[in-house]
Design a protein around this ligand. Structure first.
Ligand code: KDG
Length: 319
């Protein structure tokens, strides 16, 4: 099986019951963190996946590691931090349809409790022992703009990873809340990571915020470096560039329950297709099928991808 290493913070997710947070009495606990989400998708699709991170020596840290293991992910590269806690976020549910005026239909909101977390201490020194072996023999390294943003030492780590002689995958994942103390640096720092990676994912909306355009052709012109550049727009169309060739593929039609994490599921599917040597059309289809699993539940990704998705993936893999 192909090998992949995902590097970044895992977060315990507390999904609030619908309504304003001050009225929420109960929370559903689940697992999140963009790179951990991708690792769990890989694990479920049969990729030999590892997660490199830091977690606190606490119940939430043990829960996260357990969730990754349950999804078939190797966690031997995870460092236990005895000083700092595991990070967390609260998810206030919206359907993700993006309608800001209708409470039930607007995007979900994330509230972070992660400052000073174990994973914010990630640095190049975490790539030692097991983690160094994993990085040395992997086919693919994946991380996101979240890891770039959580601390200066974590950005040192992503720069170190970007220089490794293997396929490097980067998902822009622009989270304005993480750039609040230095908003004017996001464009440069994230742009540097886009240029330094081989496979890049971005949402058209976040590209507009960070790079000033959501137009795929303009983004390609701005970023000719990554061989694979994948842009997802609000009309649910994915534009995938592979070198100079371009395809535009619409997503599956479905009733969206909740959107956070769907991008991670898409990346997991797309990258699995890439690792299996599939065509760009098939890679986007893999991505859409995985995203469909995430979009139809309230968790970041589907814990077990629905049977229909797995069956379709298997058919694609056999084709
Ligand atoms: O892509 C989903 C992530 O945004 C979510 O799991 C939380 O990692 C997270 C973040 O930093 O936003």
């Amino acid at each position: 099986a192909p090998r992949a290493v995902c590097v970044g913070e895992g977060l315990v997710v507390l999904v609030a019951e619908p309504g304003p947070l001050e009225k929420s009495n109960t929370f559903h606990r689940t697992a999140g963190g963009a790179e951990a989400n991708v690792a769990r998708v890989f694990g479920q699709l049969g990729v030999d996946a590892s997660w490199i991170s830091r977690v606190g020596d606490d119940g939430f840290g043990r829960y996260l590691v357990g969730q990754l293991i349950a999804a078939g992910v190797d966690t031997s590269g995870v460092t236990l931090d005895h000083e700092r806690p595991t990070g967390m976020y609260v998810k206030q549910r919206g359907s993700g349809s993006g309608d800001r005026h209708d409470l039930a239909r607007r995007d979900s909101a994330m509230t972070y409790f992660r400052a000073g977390s174990a994973a914010s201490a990630l640095s190049p020194t975490d790539i030692d022992g097991n983690a160094a072996n994993l990085v040395a023999r992997t086919d693919l390294i994946h991380f996101t703009g979240i890891t770039v943003a959580i601390s200066d030492t974590a950005a040192d780590l992503t720069r170190y990873l970007m220089d490794q002689p293997t396929l490097v995958s980067f998902d822009l994942n622009y989270r304005p809340a993480l750039w609040k103390s230095r908003p004017d640096t996001a464009t440069d720092v994230l742009g540097e990571h886009v240029r330094g990676s081989d496979v890049v994912f971005m949402g058209a909306d976040e590209a507009a915020l960070v790079f000033g355009t959501s137009d795929p052709a303009e983004l390609r012109e701005m970023f000719p470096q990554p061989h694979h550049l994948v842009i997802k727009n609000d009309a649910h169309i994915v534009t995938a560039f592979e070198g100079a060739s371009r395809i535009d593929i619409p997503a599956l039609k479905l009733d969206v329950v909740e959107k956070i994490g769907a991008g991670d599921a898409f990346a997991g599917g797309y990258l699995t297709g890439l690792l299996l040597g599939r065509s760009s059309v098939e890679r986007v289809r893999f991505g859409h099928l995985c995203a469909a699993g995430a979009l139809t539940g309230q968790d970041d990704i589907a814990s077990v991808l629905p049977l229909t998705v797995l069956t379709q993936l298997a058919e694609l893999a056999d084709a």
